[in-house]
Design a protein around this ligand. Structure first.
Ligand SMILES: Nc1ncnc2c1ncn2[C@@H]1O[C@H](COP(=O)(O)OP(=O)(O)O)[C@@H](O)[C@H]1O
Ligand SMILES: CC(=O)N[C@@H](CCC(=O)OP(=O)(O)O)C(=O)O
Length: 295
């Protein structure tokens, strides 16, 4: 398809109301492991973040890196297992997760953004006590009942120290956050990045939380493309988790939307990170993409 000059102009003009609406607002992006699989896609995500920044939005990135952790664990002969979408994390695994997330994935994103002229600063939840955490038990639903399972050094966010983030945002930096929390005794916790993004979006009273993933959004039956859900309200979302319509890695994502909305974020969106420029398509076009989870 070729675009005329008029088409190009109208695409830019379509973005204008959104640029005005989001100017000076904070948007939290959860950039997931499955949406980082190739360099070309990474580059497009970085371009989107740069564009947001340069039209006056305050982006905050929380990244995952699940596939990278799984890959590294495999290299050292460790199998990964998950309960309700959360990695079972023993003492050795939490060390490896911290090394991969903070040492590798975080610095790579920071580097790519800096290369694009965006002043990015990498943080883990340990920096300036950004993410205070405590142990989290996984919840397994079985029909009408549920039970809690101990999955090791997996944490949940107790408190977010927003002052470091506010300072960085006020000084025009883009914070890039690895999902590692710190416990009362300085111990590290592996936290699902969706939950971290949710807590950060809530604590910053962000305009939006965007969760990038490896599927178009939420389906009533994800094997049937005709069952796509564009808008999901809180009560339905809770029922879908309970009934198993939403399963596996989608559970933390939808729970993240619920938490962010409860804590004061404006809107939440689950979008396809495999799609080129999914972020700007969601923010700057009238139709948007993906599933929005709203109050
Ligand atoms: N109702 C649903 N709609 C869409 N995806 C679902 C649903 N229930 C479970 N899933 C699964 O959740 C996956 C997304 O979670 P995950 O792979 O962990 O994402 P990420 O790696 O991006 O954090 C989808 O690829 C799909 O297999
Ligand atoms: C407890 C838990 O499951 N932590 C995740 C942290 C990384 C993550 O969330 O990465 P993605 O967003 O790429 O899935 C993990 O160990 O895989």
């Amino acid at each position: 398809m070729t675009f005329t000059a008029k088409d190009k102009a109208s695409i830019l003009v379509e973005a204008l109301p959104y640029i005005q609406e989001f100017y000076g607002k904070t948007i939290v992006i959860k950039y997931g492991g499955n949406a980082m699989i190739n360099d070309e896609l990474k580059e497009k995500v970085m371009q989107d973040v740069a564009l947001m920044k340069y039209v006056g939005i305050r982006p905050v990135i929380v990244h995952g890196g699940g596939p990278e952790i799984t890959g590294f664990l495999k290299k050292v002969g460790k199998q990964s297992s998950f309960v309700a979408g959360l990695r079972v994390t023993d003492a050795e695994t939490v060390e490896i997760a911290e090394m991969v997330l903070d040492g590798k994935v975080n610095s790579e994103i920071v580097n790519l953004l800096n290369h694009r002229g965006v002043r990015a600063v990498g943080l883990s939840g340990k920096d300036a006590g950004l993410i205070q955490a405590r142990k989290k038990l996984a919840t397994v639903y079985e029909g009408d009942t549920s039970r809690k399972v101990d999955i090791g050094y997996v944490g949940e966010v107790e408190q977010v120290n927003t002052s470091i983030l506010e300072d960085l945002l006020d000084q025009d930096y883009v914070p890039v956050i690895a999902p590692i929390g710190v416990g009362q005794d300085g111990e590290s916790y592996n936290i699902n990045a969706d939950y971290v993004a949710a807590e950060i979006a809530g604590a910053l009273q962000a305009e939006k939380l965007l969760l990038l993933t490896d599927i178009e959004g939420i389906y009533r039956d994800f094997h049937d493309k005709d069952t796509f859900i564009s808008t999901l309200h809180l009560p339905e979302a809770r029922a879908y988790i309970r009934d198993g319509v939403i399963a596996g890695g989608m559970i933390p994502k939808v729970e993240a939307c619920l938490t962010a909305l409860d804590k004061g974020a404006g809107k939440t969106h689950i979008i396809d990170g495999r799609l080129d420029h999914s972020i700007i398509l969601e923010i700057f076009t009238s139709k948007g993409i993906g599933t929005q989870v709203v109050r």
